[in-house]
Design a protein around this ligand. Structure first.
Ligand code: FE2
Length: 257
């Protein structure tokens, strides 16, 4: 017996939310996906509001993970405390609202999801994600363990994959929004990909209108980011997992157009 877990790359702005709402449920049914985790921290382009988080969950996502923009929308803070289906990075201080790790009951057993934030060029006010992840692995009792490592550095993300190899069922990277071509099962049986990619406008710079992004690099004064327009995509990775052992049998990057 095996189960299919779909991890979806950062949902970007209204175009990403709309595409997810249109496409996820039929895709989930067609491909017999058992459980879905999506990174939602760019649903408001920067950050996510409670309403947008609800939209992601209604679209067919079981658990939302976040990252460096967790605190941008202050109205999300009570929502993080109230709702179990949304996680913020576990390596933020214990005084922060919400939680970074949780177990979810499913027909195929309990699934543990852990969200972590990298420190390379990101928020250095976090605890060391490697030490935190290593500590959690000794404590988690669930067979299926899924880890979203929201980080900038490919080296950081690959190192996390190898640190958790043989202990987590799947480790994936988010945040850089460009899907990498290294989906694999690591030697110890952990499914891995450095970055899932993104859900939103295809002809964009990480979800942002290219003209605006070019302007920024040309030296324009800062202004509010706007989503790219036109056709969209949904990118991610399907991990096929043996629920009895928690080991990954196959990891396949996917792009839905
Ligand atoms: Fe991010």
């Amino acid at each position: 017996m095996s189960v299919k877990i779909l991890a979806i790359g950062d949902v970007c702005g209204e175009p990403g939310l709309r595409f997810l709402t249109e496409r996820l449920k039929p895709y989930r049914k067609e491909n017999e996906i058992d459980f879905v985790v999506a990174n939602g921290e760019n649903a408001n382009v920067v950050g996510v509001t409670p309403k947008q988080a609800d939209t992601i969950l209604h679209a067919g996502v079981d658990v939302i993970t976040l990252g460096n923009h967790t605190w941008t929308r202050t109205e999300l803070r009570p929502y993080l405390d109230e709702r179990r289906k949304i996680l913020r990075p576990a390596n933020y201080g214990p005084q922060c609202p919400g939680r970074g790790i949780a177990a979810f009951s499913t027909p195929f057993g309990d699934v543990c999801v852990l969200n972590l934030l990298g420190r390379f060029t990101l928020d250095n006010n976090t605890d060391n994600p490697f030490v935190i992840a290593d500590g959690y692995m000794a404590e988690i009792r669930e067979k299926i363990i899924l880890v979203d490592f929201h980080a900038e550095g490919t080296s950081e993300k690959r190192a996390m994959g190898f640190l958790l190899d043989g202990r987590a069922s799947a480790v994936w990277g988010t945040h850089t929004h460009v899907q990498t071509s290294d989906a694999c099962v690591l030697p110890g049986g952990t499914g891995y990909i450095t970055d899932l990619g993104m859900t939103g406008s295809i002809h964009s710079v990480l979800g942002i209108d290219p003209r605006q992004s070019i302007g920024k690099f040309m030296g324009d004064p800062p202004r509010r980011y706007e989503s790219g327009k036109g056709p969209c995509k949904m990118e991610g990775c399907i991990f096929t997992i043996n629920p009895d052992t928690g080991r990954c049998l196959n990891a396949e990057a996917v792009r839905i157009l």
